[in-house]
Design a protein around this ligand. Structure first.
Ligand SMILES: Cc1cc2nc3c(=O)[nH]c(=O)nc-3n(C[C@H](O)[C@H](O)[C@H](O)COP(=O)(O)O)c2cc1C
Length: 333
């Protein structure tokens, strides 16, 4: 694939981790980038909460480490442009966070709690507001003298009948967005049904003449599906979400496929268990042990999926309460 730039940032390849609440922890993002992802945004963080509560409450979700991650991206959600302005000002006053490479805006979240406030995927139904949010983020960063790109992650529509929203893609590009990523499902679909490459392609086409990269997302689960989505949408890059859970090796495999180099071997059982522990160790650096292990319970099964005896292991792992216990269950003591 051709080299891709987001603003002034040159990506080492155009394959990113898709942001996932509860999954996109800092250690997982570091691991994915180490395996070949060009960058891995944080999960969605409320611009309003940052505005009114400061960064403290949200820090665990938006923690970044430019040194270990390389390119970093913080994803904000909200509906009031003033919240985004205040949130960006606060981020830019905060050590480490102010070094962030990209500010991403969530315009795709389908969760009722978010949508009913007019945020996430609801913004697709309010293009003026969406445009105003992008412009506000851009202006705020410009005013602070920050050459930080503003990107948007959205969907192919809100209602069941929507089959791509080319006008919405144009609204975002006209507002000054530096990259658009589209997940090929409507809000109504949540995560069900198929991601539509056709609907993504329609949005891609709408902004082909703009000098900004377009990323596609949805249902990419291996090297073959990555190639298919790229060919059928004409996108510049892709984001991989669920298939990366407990499987950061997917980035190694997809980058090898696209570079035409030899496909790396799939990790064996030992390697997968060790990777699980590595992510948990990373989480322990900034969370108390009981919280880190509890929050990791829903993630651990992804790492052991398919290995012999995984159902039994899963039952033990989801009730584990300490690091040593997890190690013991995995037979890695
Ligand atoms: C558990 C979970 C949490 C998610 N959280 C976010 C999020 O915080 N921000 C976002 O833009 N998308 C979020 N998504 C959507 C994914 O980034 C992605 O768009 C979607 O899963 C489709 O891609 P996939 O088929 O590769 O998983 C989430 C998805 C899942 C499954």
């Amino acid at each position: 694939m051709k080299s891709v730039k987001i603003g002034e940032i040159v990506l080492k390849n155009p394959i990113a981790l898709s942001p996932m609440a509860g999954i996109s922890s800092l250690p997982f993002r570091i691991i994915c980038n180490g395996m070949g992802a060009c960058y891995s945004p944080t999960e969605l963080v409320s611009a309003r909460s940052i505005r009114y509560n400061g960064v403290e409450k949200s820090l665990r979700y938006m923690r970044i480490s430019p040194e270990e991650e390389g390119i970093t991206a913080i994803q904000l959600f909200g509906t009031d442009p003033d919240d985004f302005e205040a949130a960006i000002e606060t981020i830019m006053e905060t050590p480490v966070l102010r070094e962030v490479s990209i500010i991403d805006i969530n315009m795709g979240c389908p969760v009722p709690k978010v949508v009913k406030t007019g945020a996430g995927s609801a913004l697709m139904e309010d293009p003026d507001r969406a445009s105003s949010i992008v412009k506000t983020c851009r202006n705020t960063l410009d005013r602070l003298g920050k050459k930080i790109p503003v990107t948007v992650k959205t969907r192919t529509g809100f209602n069941a009948g929507d089959e791509g929203k080319p006008d919405f893609a144009k609204v975002l590009a006209d507002a000054g967005c530096d990259m658009i990523c589209v997940h090929g499902r409507t809000r109504v679909q949540m995560y069900h049904g198929e991601s539509s490459v056709k609907a993504i392609a329609l949005m891609r086409e709408a902004v082909r003449d703009y000098p900004i990269p377009f990323f596609a997302n949805g249902d990419i689960c291996d090297a073959a599906s990555a190639r298919k989505v790229i060919e059928q949408t004409g996108c510049d890059g892709i984001m991989i979400g669920r298939a990366a859970r407990g499987n950061p090796w997917i980035f190694e495999q997809v980058t090898a496929e696209l570079a035409g180099s030899e496909m790396p071997k799939y990790p064996d059982e030992q390697a997968r268990k060790e990777m699980l522990l590595r992510e948990l160790e990373g989480r322990l650096k900034y969370l108390p042990e009981d919280v880190a292990v509890r929050e990791f319970r829903s993630v651990m099964p992804y790492y052991i999926k398919g290995i012999p005896g995984s159902s039994r292991l899963k039952v033990s792992l989801v009730s584990a309460s300490g690091f040593e216990e997890v190690k013991e269950i995995l037979g890695l003591v």
